[in-house]
Design a protein around this ligand. Structure first.
Ligand code: BTN
Length: 321
């Protein structure tokens, strides 16, 4: 019932008396008062005037339904919310669910990063979420899903806050030379077939500081914009953007458009890079992105090499000079 009251207040965008709410929803005025208290406990700011009644000033930043409500076709339609979980990627991988379902937690105790690293995920500070997809594609196309995620986060932050985020291959989102978001795509496969894809997205939103070992590498949206930001608005925006780009790729077969969008945002292209991957250390200049999303490096010895995994340092980013 509290969410019906919330919806009524949001729709009216003005004061409503408890009698009016009780009439509209067919409940007692006592029930209205009780639920208004519950909504306040959830973090909604609700003003009260003896004559005019209640008015919503600001909705909660809780990361569950109905606050997470992206108005999409399938991405984020169903939300599994946790106050605390080890890793949203882990639980998303293990849980039986449907295409587009979202797993999101206020904090993670064992957030997973790329290359076996940990991902710092404190409470109230960030967006720690995983989108589950069942795309019926071959393993070779997985990298494209990961590019779609990078483009979508980058577009969302830039459009919402007018900032200048870029993508460091494959999908670190970087702002002012530091990492604001990391993306970890994991899969469940059977032989060569991909059964389930888990797109894990971690955005540093309201972190005030980072531990010493990360302070030169990581940055939060609050540090960039100078004020606290509402996580749930960013979640809804990213989910909408992700669905739009994902449909372009897999429903409208516009993979060239996706690669093109990616290249425009990719900070590596034209830069001196050092890659540490399966093929050992490669030094050269990043010159292009392949149709599968791999990074093409023109080595200092004149040889062209395609890199599809591992860590790539870019001159000038994260202190690599
Ligand atoms: C990276 O190392 O850049 C990737 C970080 C990915 C972190 C996110 S937070 C939500 C999801 N759950 C996890 O355990 N990891 C990803």
């Amino acid at each position: 019932m509290k969410y019906k009251i919330l919806e009524t207040l949001i729709k009216s965008n003005d004061f409503l008396t408890d009698e009016r709410i009780s009439r509209e929803l067919g409940i007692s005025t006592n029930c209205v008062c009780e639920n208004i208290e519950k909504l306040k406990l959830d973090g909604n700011e609700i003003e009260y005037d003896e004559k005019k009644g209640y008015r919503i000033l600001n909705t909660s930043d809780m990361l569950c339904f109905p606050y997470v409500f992206p108005k999409t076709e399938f991405v984020g339609k169903k939300v599994f919310y946790f106050d605390k979980i080890d890793s949203t990627n882990k639980v998303a991988k293990e849980t039986k669910c449907c295409d587009g379902d979202l797993f999101i937690s206020d904090m993670q105790t064992n957030g997973r990063g790329r290359m076996g690293k940990n991902w710092l995920s404190p409470s109230g500070c960030g967006i720690w979420m995983s989108i589950v997809l069942y795309p019926r594609i071959d393993m070779e196309k997985i990298m494209q899903v990961s590019l779609v995620a990078g483009i979508s986060v980058c577009e969302s932050l830039n459009n919402m806050y007018g900032i200048d985020c870029k993508i460091k291959w494959p999908n670190d989102i970087v702002c002012e030379g530091k990492k604001i978001c990391g993306i970890l795509v994991e899969t469940k496969t059977e032989e060569k077939n991909v059964l389930k894809v888990i797109v894990g997205i971690g955005v540093n939103v309201n972190n005030e500081t980072f531990p010493d070992e990360l302070s030169d590498l990581a940055v939060s949206l609050k540090q960039i914009t100078g004020k606290k930001q509402k996580r749930v608005d960013i979640v809804n925006y990213i989910l909408r953007c992700f669905e739009k780009n994902y449909k372009l790729l897999f429903c409208e077969n516009k993979s060239e458009l996706i690669i093109d969008k990616y290249k425009k945002k990719c900070i590596n292209i034209g830069k001196k890079v050092v890659s540490f991957g399966k093929n050992g250390k490669i030094c050269g200049t990043a010159v292009d992105i392949s149709s599968a999303g791999e990074l093409i490096i023109l080595e200092d010895n004149g040889k062209k090499t395609t890199v599809n995994s591992g860590e790539v340092s870019v001159r000038g980013i994260y202190g690599y000079i």
